[in-house]
Design a binder for this molecule. Structure first.
Ligand code: ADP
Length: 466
């Protein structure tokens, strides 16, 4: 039979954990059991020692007060108790002759004679029966006239009691141990279910299908959080891959047009090879290749900004100065279009950011506002400081953006249908968003078709600082 199921079982984390818990469980239970057993044995031994000692003390007093003969009578009177309790009592006179021997009836007459003696301490010793494993705990006491009395007690009742206690403890402990193991196995299996969900999901993911998500069983646990983060990562990857596919399609589409135009110019120049036609064809080609180059450069900038590798050069910037500088660059375009640019800012606002990139952000927003406004419209550029951030707004009274397009205008190469007549590549707002986010800022849009749009950029005061 194949050993694979066994290997799989051995590699299973839940099984491994359960076995380790089982080992710890058994070790702890054994240590507990050994301690309880030791304490019980000691308590029983002490109880027997106390009984023997109390007899010896009372016999010593009796012999002192009433003499050896009286003691002999009393011991004989107590004989039934000693026999019942498996006790041994022997009285010797001062010459060492045995005067009286009391022991259980079932003990052989010379049970202890010649038995091995094992001293426990100065006072106590154990005598083993000559013909069996039974032992007797003994103590000897010298009396005032030189006589002595030995009292012993069989270890058998103590050992029986101890064996009963052990059986009781084991009968409770073993089922508890089994129950504990079953519970541990169940808890481990339950705790590791999210990990198996994760494994199943990862196995089922294909490059072309990133739709599968991990089931989040308990969102408040670490594994629930891991599943949630993993799902977030999948969504992010899916979004990136979809975005890349769209960008690739759009780039292919947008590059195909200028390339086709270049080919047409070249072909028509070749069919009519006079100098003027050749010059025009070359000029067209230079224009189209510049357009392709610009598009690729902006796409690279966006990718760098989005992936966090765009290098920023933060420096203190006076907002008013930056806005005026940028407006100067667009004043001719605005004038040609017949729109007016108005400043609505708080003079004292400054922030730390990359000057070139920030000018690019404002320039793109301004360029769009002019491009999509009709002659005679006003464009307002505002800036103010609020809640530790600088809020920059560009408001126009242009054609506005349809609700359906508002969420897509920040996508790469996206252009609303109405804008097709205007020059542009559909990359301006993507670059603006990527640069703003690289500065840890946000951009939002409020727009009403036919009435105008407002782009709101919020940048932390030290947004560009490392
Ligand atoms: P484009 O080069 O087409 O202007 P952008 O990325 O700058 O590319 O803008 C994307 C689209 O968003 C534009 O094609 C246009 O449809 C819309 N848009 C951007 N700014 C404005 C605006 N101020 N008013 C109306 N539409 C706008």
């Amino acid at each position: 039979m194949s050993s694979r199921p066994i290997d799989k079982f051995r590699r299973n984390t839940a099984v491994n954990l359960t076995l380790r818990f089982a080992l710890i469980f058994v070790l702890c239970a054994s240590a507990l059991f050994a301690t309880v057993d030791f304490l019980l044995a000691r308590a029983q031994l002490q109880k027997d020692q106390q009984l023997i000692s109390s007899f010896l003390e009372s016999y010593q007093r009796l012999e002192q007060d009433a003499g050896l003969h009286k003691l002999e009578l009393v011991i004989a009177r107590d004989a039934p108790f000693f026999q019942r309790s498996e006790m041994y009592v022997e009285l010797f006179d001062s010459n060492g002759n045995s005067l009286l021997l009391i022991q259980p009836e079932d003990w052989p007459g010379d049970a202890l004679a010649g038995g091995a003696v094992h001293a426990r301490d100065d006072e106590w010793y154990e005598v083993a029966f000559t013909d069996s494993k039974a032992r007797v705990l003994m103590r000897q006491s010298r009396l005032s006239d030189g006589s002595r009395v030995n009292i012993g007690m069989s270890a058998a009742p103590r050992e029986t009691e101890l064996a009963d206690s052990r059986a009781l403890v084991l009968s409770v402990m073993v089922p508890l141990l089994c129950l504990g193991l079953l519970l541990t196995a169940y808890i481990n299996w339950r705790a590791l279910r999210p990990v198996h969900d994760l494994i199943d999901t990862v196995r089922s993911i294909k490059a072309t299908d990133l739709k599968t998500r991990v089931r989040v069983r308990d969102p408040h646990s670490e594994l629930g959080e891991l599943a949630h983060l993993f799902n977030q990562m999948l969504s992010h990857i899916e979004q990136l891959i979809t975005g890349m596919q769209h960008s690739l399609d759009a780039v292919a589409h947008d590059i195909r047009t200028p390339l086709a135009r270049m080919r047409l110019s070249i072909e028509s120049a070749l069919s009519d090879p006079d100098e003027k036609a050749l010059r025009e064809a070359l000029l067209d080609c230079a224009e189209e290749s510049e357009r392709i180059e610009t598009m690729l450069r902006v796409l690279m900038d966006i990718s760098e900004a989005e992936s966090g590798i765009l290098s920023l050069h933060p420096e203190p910037i006076d907002m008013q100065a930056l806005v005026i500088e940028t407006i100067d660059m667009y004043s001719h375009v605005a004038e040609d279009k017949g729109v007016s640019l108005n400043l609505e800012g708080d003079e004292a606002v400054s922030l730390v950011a990359d000057r070139v990139r920030l000018r690019q952000v404002l320039g793109n927003l301004l360029d769009n506002a002019i491009k999509y406004s009709d002659p005679g419209c006003d464009i307002a550029i505002g800036w103010q400081q609020a809640d530790g951030a600088v809020l920059l707004t560009v408001t126009d009274q242009g054609c506005g953006i349809a609700q359906a397009d508002q969420s897509r205008v920040f996508d790469r190469l996206y252009r609303a249908d109405k804008s097709r007549s205007e020059a542009g590549m559909g990359l301006g707002l993507s670059l603006v968003k990527a640069v703003v986010e690289a500065h840890r800022g946000t951009i939002s849009l409020i727009s009403e078709p036919g009435r105008g749009s407002q782009f709101r950029v919020s940048l932390p005061l030290t947004s560009g600082a490392a």
